[in-house]
Design a protein around this ligand. Structure first.
Ligand SMILES: [Zn+2]
Length: 290
């Protein structure tokens, strides 16, 4: 397993905000301690040229304008550089996956709510969409994005909808922020789970969407790995357990296709263990606490 990480991604914060530095820093500590054999690399920040493949030039400039984006998404000094480094982690993951290397980007901020011209929902640049476009530019014929974050990736959907060679599948709490993802269309597959929905129904919905993405016969799968569908997450009302994230990791391994994954949400103090379980499943290792 190759982990993309830059400790600078844990060096900015807004007081009281759930998208906090511990998410990356504590997870890095746990992974290093529990899996000392895994490789680590610092990603190169995505360039303006790479970013304007997906985002508008206006958005690139806006990210350096010191004015909050919305109530959840503050302007933070240097946020454009932080977001460009997180996007760089996703680009690196896509390149490594196409070269047959399992890679995970452990970076913040997350990205799947960011639209072409808008930062929102803790997200500034849509890292997974940038990675999907990078993979297409590198010759991947069909790229699927699997999003198991508890929230619908409205930004990823907006950017990928109706684009040839790309498809997007999400399972999310509904109704919930951001309120999108109620229907499927064209190359977009959405399944939703009501608040307090049953764990087995959630896993069945994830399995169904996963199989729909496999039926697209992707040459690469990119995973928006959000861990806020966990039963103790403070932002959602969902019911997945640690072992369910291990199961999701197992699916990545079992599909036999190139797969890369990046961190999206996940706000519980147990996030490090959830990421570890997911990555161990992907590696073919037993769940930490089975
Ligand atoms: Zn989320």
């Amino acid at each position: 397993m190759l982990i993309y990480y830059d400790s600078r991604c844990a060096e900015y914060a807004t007081l009281g905000h759930p998208e906090a530095p511990f998410r990356a820093a504590a997870t890095a500590d746990v992974l290093r301690h529990q899996e000392p054999g895994w490789q680590w690399e610092r990603p190169v920040a995505a360039s303006r040229e790479e970013i304007v493949r997906v985002h508008t030039a206006h958005h690139w400039d806006r990210l350096a304008t010191p004015r909050d984006f919305d109530a959840d998404t503050p302007y933070i000094e240097g946020i454009r550089d932080h977001a460009a480094r997180a996007a760089g982690g996703a680009l690196a993951v896509a390149r490594q996956a196409l070269a047959g290397v399992r890679a995970f980007s452990l970076m913040r901020p997350p990205g799947h709510h960011a639209c072409a011209d808008e930062a929102m929902g803790f997200c500034y640049l849509n890292s997974v969409a940038l990675a999907a476009f990078e993979a297409r530019a590198l010759g991947a014929e069909r790229v699927a994005v699997f999003d198991f974050d508890a929230h619908h990736g409205n930004g990823t959907q907006d950017i990928l909808a109706h684009k040839p060679g790309l498809c997007y599948g999400s399972v999310h709490q509904y109704p919930c922020y951001p309120g999108t993802g109620g229907t499927s269309f064209d190359n977009i597959v959405n399944a939703h789970i009501p608040p307090e929905g049953a764990r087995d129904e959630h896993m069945m919905a994830l399995g169904k969407v996963w199989r729909q993405l496999l039926a697209f016969q992707p040459s690469l799968i990119l995973v928006s790995a959000g861990f806020d569908a966990y039963r103790d997450d403070p932002l959602t009302e969902m019911s997945l357990e640690e072992n369910d994230f291990h199961t999701l990791g197992c699916w990545l391994r079992e599909c036999g296709l190139p797969v890369g994954a990046i961190l999206e949400g996940g706000y519980s103090r147990d996030l490090p263990e959830l990421v570890l379980a997911f990555l161990r499943g992907w590696e073919g290792a037993p769940a930490p606490r089975l």
